[in-house]
Write a protein that binds this ligand. Structure first.
Ligand code: GLU
Length: 291
């Protein structure tokens, strides 16, 4: 007996939805529909420092209604789930996999400059590990003093524990995750008590997501997600990373390109059918968006 397919569309309300979001939403919806499955909606609004988040969420619902896109079941809202993420962090902390990092961004930059080489991955710089092995008394003292810190995951320990687990991308086949490849990523900090990486794996599991369809810009992040699933003993979905929309010059469409926001297309008189037709035309033309 095969398991019913569950996909999700998980936008971050950091601005108005744009045509790239529509592509992601349709990929998830169509994948679910073609397998007789369900497509869920999740609002990834964990970054509570974004003052206009509420406004963008409201606009998102308007855009989705205008497009006639429907989702199944209840909407999951990440800003209501900090307790769940805190429990996952406690589990990792109890397993000795987290450490507090007191470095500021500029200190990290200086540390990297001093090393004379900048260990980098496609996800940015690799944290040089400065706070990984601080003496426990110093850590206790700094925590007691209330020094600002982030919680990082010790990926070497993770790798020692779980090795290099595999995951599947439906387009690219079997992948092997090397946990240390992307460095000790931040899982929480004071002003943002759960990072994207942590929340996404906890929530994909909580929503019973079987197939994650999302843009290929998140392909590398999936390695981090696979490592977190292993240490948190969460189920591992199948992944399908899709191509991104680009402009005529081949540059990826970005959120800041206001002209491609769904709200601006709507205001300019486009109908949902026009937008879908343009999207289909872009897909038939290697992802080049013409409007
Ligand atoms: N929230 C992410 C975004 O809007 C997508 C996360 C995901 O699909 O895993 O880019």
């Amino acid at each position: 007996m095969s398991v019913p397919v569950v996909t999700r569309f998980a936008p971050t309300p950091s601005g108005p939805l744009h045509v790239g979001h529509l592509l992601a939403a349709l990929q998830a919806r169509r994948f679910a529909d073609s397998h007789g499955g369900r497509c869920l909606l999740r609002v990834e609004d964990i970054d509570v420092t974004r003052s206009r988040s509420r406004e963008w969420v409201e606009l998102m619902y308007e855009d989705l209604a205008w497009l006639g896109l429907r989702f199944d079941g209840e909407v999951m809202v990440q800003s209501e789930r900090f307790g769940v993420y805190a429990a996952a962090l406690d589990k990792l902390r109890a397993a000795g996999l987290l450490y507090p990092c007191f470095c500021t961004r500029s200190e990290i930059k200086a540390q990297i400059a001093e090393m004379g080489r900048a260990p980098h991955s496609s996800l940015g710089y690799l944290y040089p590990g400065t706070c990984r092995h601080l003496p426990p008394e110093l850590v206790a003292e700094r925590l007691a003093r209330g020094d600002a810190h982030a919680w990082r995951i010790d990926m070497q320990r993770v790798q020692d524990l779980i090795g290099c687990p595999e995951w599947v991308d439906l387009h690219r086949g079997w992948q092997q995750c090397v946990p240390t490849e992307y460095g000790d990523v931040v899982l929480a900090r004071k002003e943002m008590p759960a990072s994207y990486h942590l929340a996404v794996v906890v929530d994909d599991a909580a929503q019973g997501v079987t197939h994650v369809t999302r843009g290929e810009d998140l392909f590398d992040a999936t390695h981090i997600h696979r490592a977190l699933q292993a240490v948190l003993a969460l189920p591992v979905p199948l992944y399908a990373h899709h191509g991104l929309l680009r402009d005529n010059t081949g540059k990826r469409l970005a959120k800041r390109d206001g002209a491609r926001s769904l709200a601006s297309l709507r205001a300019a008189g486009y109908t949902p059918q026009d937008v879908q037709a343009s999207l289909n035309a872009a897909l038939a033309n290697g992802g080049i968006w013409q409007v």
